[in-house]
Design a protein around this ligand. Sequence first.
Ligand code: SF4
Ligand code: SF4
Length: 364
Amino acid sequence: MPTLLDSLPALYRGLFPASFHKEVPVEEKATCARCAMCKDSGAAAVESVDGVDRFFRPDTKCCTFHPRLPNYLLGALLSDERPELAEGRRRIEEKLASRVGVGPQFLRPPAKYALLYSSMRGAFGRAGALVCPYYDTKGGGCTVWPYREAVCSTWFCKYVAAEDGRRLWTTVKTYLTLAEIQLSRYALLELLPDYLLSGRDKVDPTHAPLRAEDLDEQPLSEKEYRELWGAWVGREAELYRASYELVRKLSPEAFQRVMGLDGVVELRVLEARHAAATATQLPKVLKLNPSTTMKWLPDGSVALGCYSEYEGLALPGEAYALLVEFTGKEPVEAVRERLRETKQADLGPDVLRALYQHRILTEA
Ligand code: SF4
Ligand code: SF4
């Protein structure tokens, strides 16, 4: 079984603590090479929600997202001379030349993109206008994959442990996001302290009111850009590479100090979520979740959905009549016994586990 670290950029392998060496199941439902959310994948997908098509476009898949790349990951990419990353380096250099969203701490999405993204409904996975600038639409892959950021490292459309898997990976994302903030600040404290001392790291320009320049995706004025970058103007890639060198030399102990108390708390949450995602025991009492959606399928089976708009669970039609017997008033084993006696039917531990992980059955 792979570990959590196996899913993350290699740069973190020497830094992250023991909790990241825990084993996790392969997220095999997210079959990216033959995208499980595309119509021709053969995988069962939720076709529509409230009349909105939920299949993803094969030329966008889930890369309808613009990442926010921290300085040290950019430096690592720009320092990596492998030919297969040439296109990724070229796209980053093109971004740097545009000066749009280019800052000492992060290479951010343009403000106009961020507004579109936060205002969309049902367009994720389906809007060409939202495709990531680092996505290879012809080859269907990521040009910066070894140096992807927190969201891209932890998002799956479907999780082997369903809701428990989603919670685990969301916690990993939170930890990674904290690492990106703290490590990029750590580098700037050394390389461009004025950026931190003037509080620029506390401001997220992506969500400021849009100016005319933002709508036209124009860069900051020369004066504003010089104030932002100080002595590093014209040497942006150099600052990113220097940030990578500083982060690369950190020891695991120094990394823990950089992460501070917030890092310690997030690790505790991570450990609890990992335990839940890999647990085999069920809660003693379960009830049918009233938020469950159901749809009868032409073959007589029933599709049940709860934890995600991207994944449902199909059961034989007669199983639904058994589910309603779970009212939260008696232990699971007592319900099963009653079902065996009165209906000559049963729901086995694996089915119950899947129903619980999808939160179709939930704790009473
Ligand atoms: S994670 Fe993205 S690319 Fe992979 S199967 Fe899911 S939607 Fe497709
Ligand atoms: S950085 Fe890569 S994985 Fe992330 S959205 Fe862009 S193309 Fe997809």
